[in-house]
Design a protein around this ligand. Structure first.
Ligand SMILES: C[S@@+](CC[C@H](N)C(=O)[O-])C[C@H]1O[C@@H](n2cnc3c(N)ncnc32)[C@H](O)[C@@H]1O
Length: 240
C-alpha cells in the first residue's frame, strides 16, 4: 500500500516513520508512506499556501490551487483521497479495515482555518478522528496511517489484529503477565489453570462484560453469534 501525506509540516512525521511497527512495515515494503510538502506546489515565490477568507472572518485559509495540483499529480484510479477534518465522518476500526484493502491513500492535512471548500470536489472521503478541533491534520494523518498499516496482512501477527478491541465489535478481554502476584494483586486463577477451553470461555465472557460496562454504545452494532447473545443476557441478568 502507498500512503501519500500532503502537509506543510513533513517534519512532524520524522519519529512516527522511524519507530516501531511503522518503521518495520516500511523496511519490509509492506507500506510506502510518502510525504509531500504542500509549499512545493505554491503558486508564488514566497511559497505561501494560505490567504484571507472571502467574505471576511478571522484567520487564514489554505488556498485551493496547491491542493488541486498535488492531488491531480498523485491521484490514479486506485487512489482514495481523504481530507482530514473535524467536519468529517468519525474514523473507526470499521473504516480502518476498509481502507486497509485500498492500494493507495492520499491524506490531506489542513492547517489554520482549514482548506478552501473547493477541495471537497476532489476528495473521496472526509474523516475526523474525534469531536474536537486540532491545530492541524498531521496527528489525524498519523492515527489513520497507523490504524490502517496494522491491518495490512503480515504487518503484525494476524491473530493479534483479529483479537484486538473493536476488530469484531467487542473490546478485548483483560490480559496479565508475570509476576503472578504482587503486593496482594493477583492474576485470575483461571489463566494459570492451563485449561485452554475454560480460558477461552472466560475470555469471551470478559470481552462481553467489559464492552457492556465500558462501551455499551458499541453493542447495538455488533453482529452476535447465538452463544454471544446468551452470554450477554446472562451478564445483564446477573447485574440486575
Ligand atoms: C484548526 S482546524 C480547522 C477547523 C475549521 N476552522 C472548522 O471549524 O471546521 C485545522 C485543520 O486541522 C485538522 N483537524 C482539526 N481537527 C481535526 C479532527 N478532529 N479530525 C481530523 N482533522 C482535524 C484539519 O485538517 C483542519 O483543516
Amino acid at each position: 500500500m502507498i500512503i501519500d501525506i500532503v502537509t506543510i509540516f513533513p517534519e512532524f512525521f520524522d519519529t512516527f516513520l522511524s519507530t516501531s511497527i511503522i518503521k518495520r512495515a516500511i523496511a519490509l515494503n509492506q507500506v510506502d508512506i510518502r510525504l509531500h510538502q504542500l509549499r512545493d506546489y505554491s503558486h508564488n515565490k514566497h511559497h505561501n499556501i494560505d490567504d484571507t477568507p472571502y467574505g471576511g472572518g478571522v484567520g487564514m485559509l489554505m488556498t485551493f490551487p496547491p491542493f488541486y495540483d498535488v492531488i491531480t499529480k498523485l491521484k490514479t484510479e486506485k487512489s482514495t483521497v481523504i481530507y482530514l477534518s473535524p467536519q468529517g465522518k468519525l474514523f473507526n476500526q470499521k473504516i480502518a479495515k476498509k481502507l486497509a484493502i485500498s492500494e493507495h491513500l492520499i491524506l490531506l492535512c489542513g492547517h489554520y482555518e482549514g482548506i478552501d471548500a473547493r477541495v471537497e470536489s476532489l476528495i473521496d472521503m472526509e474523516l475526523s478522528i474525534g469531536d474536537y478541533v486540532l491545530t492541524g491534520g498531521e496527528i489525524p494523518a498519523m492515527i489513520i496511517s497507523d490504524a490502517v498499516t496494522r491491518l495490512i496482512p503480515d504487518v503484525i501477527h494476524e491473530d493479534s489484529a483479529e483479537e484486538d478491541s473493536l476488530q469484531n465489535g467487542w473490546l478485548k478481554y483483560p490480559q496479565y503477565t508475570k509476576p503472578e502476584s504482587y503486593k496482594g494483586f493477583s492474576v485470575p486463577e483461571i489463566l494459570l489453570s492451563g485449561h485452554h477451553q475454560k480460558i477461552q470461555e472466560w475470555r469471551k465472557e470478559q470481552q462481553i462484560e467489559k464492552t457492556l460496562v465500558k462501551r455499551r454504545d458499541l453493542i447495538k452494532g455488533i453482529k452476535m453469534t447465538d452463544e454471544e447473545k446468551k452470554i450477554l443476557e446472562k451478564i445483564k441478568l446477573a447485574k440486575k
